[in-house]
Design a protein around this ligand. Structure first.
Ligand code: MEV
Length: 336
């Protein structure tokens, strides 16, 4: 029987969160903490899923019920991705799919990071599923096709999102990204001197997107104005990043944090950690992602790494070691 293992990286939002949901750009980097997914063709007409990190333990259902009925929260991104790719292939190549689809599928996932951190585990698992199943069925998908099917999966499951996390998982590296993949500009950078601090609070992206939307409904011009300012910050930050002008990039991160505060997505714990990092000598610091909790990022002079890490811990955060600019989705192993 055929068996394929793939892996995809998590992500860190550098600048531009929330505005990127509304047709603005953001900067995102892929990180070296990865989700691994193994897919196996089986003879029984069953779909098996084992994803212990999201509390899905040896789930089983008939293949013909994929995507139907009550799907456990943690299983949704994988199961809906399977449904989407099978539908896509059925339309694109009906005869080939009959020949190539196995009776059943067994999927196991393993994560190198906690789904609590907001590192994009949902997007990375959707991307892994699409990549692994396309390899198993020997359909060579382009990165754009993997992006489109994975992004559709995210929208089907959670209803909103820009797709920046999907782009990081597919392409890797550091990307200037516009909503839905309208622009995916892969930036050539070698190193990004960052520290990641975890707030200890789990945030829910969709809840935060909805909170910002409520504000935008009440104050459309003000919120649109904030998004436009964030767009300017991201565009300047792209130039600073390419020039390795860390001083300016840090200052731009601080501006961005101010606007995120104005959108109401920061909180006192995040503020404490961010101010501690700045006080410890960071060029700049901001929340990263939806806000409400999850992580902060601090851009630092290397010689201040220890001081900033200590300051983050003193403010109640924990430091998570990550390397930025990691490789996108890749095949790790295959057995035919
Ligand atoms: C969440 O990590 C970042 C948001 O901009 C949502 C998204 O872009 O999908 C809030």
């Amino acid at each position: 029987m055929k068996k394929i293992t793939v892996s995809a990286p998590g992500k860190l939002m550098l600048l531009g969160e929330h505005a990127v949901v509304y047709n603005k750009p953001c900067l995102v980097t892929a990180i070296d903490q990865r989700i691994r997914l193994t897919i196996e063709a089986i003879n029984k007409p069953e779909f098996h899923l084992h994803a212990p990190e999201v509390a899905v333990l040896h789930n089983k259902k008939p293949m013909k019920e994929i995507g139907q009925g009550a799907i456990p929260k943690g299983a949704k991104f994988v199961e809906i991705a399977v449904k989407n790719i099978l539908n896509f292939l059925a339309e694109k190549s009906p005869s080939a799919i009959d020949m190539r689809i196995p009776s059943g599928l067994k999927i196991t996932t393993k994560s190198e990071f906690s789904s609590q951190y907001g590192f994009g585990s949902s997007a990375a698992s959707a991307v892994c599923t699409i990549k692994a199943l396309s390899e198993l069925l020997k359909f060579k998908f382009t990165p754009e096709e993997i992006f489109d099917l994975s992004y559709k999966t995210i929208l089907d499951v959670q209803g909103s999102g820009s797709g920046f996390d999907v782009a990081a998982a597919v392409y890797g590296g550091t990307i200037y990204f516009v909503t839905g993949g309208k622009t995916v500009d892969q930036l050539t950078i070698s190193h990004l001197p960052l520290i990641v601090g975890y707030s200890g609070i789990k945030a829910d992206t969709v809840t935060l997107i909805n909170q910002v939307k409520e504000k935008a409904d009440k104050y459309p011009q003000i919120i649109e104005g904030i998004y436009s300012e964030i767009e300017k910050i991201v565009n300047e930050a792209k130039v600073s990043l390419l020039k390795k002008d860390w001083q300016s990039l840090g200052e731009l991160m601080n501006f961005n944090q101010g606007y995120l505060d104005a959108l109401g997505v920061s909180n006192s714990k995040l503020s404490d950690i961010i101010h501690a990092a700045r006080g410890g000598g960071a060029y700049g610091a901001k929340l990263s992602g939806a806000g409400g909790g999850d992580c902060i990022i601090a851009l630092i002079p290397e010689k201040k790494r220890n001081t900033v890490e200590k300051a983050i811990k003193k403010a109640g955060g924990s430091v998570i070691k990550v390397k930025t600019n990691a490789e996108g989705v890749r095949v790790e192993d295959n057995v035919y």
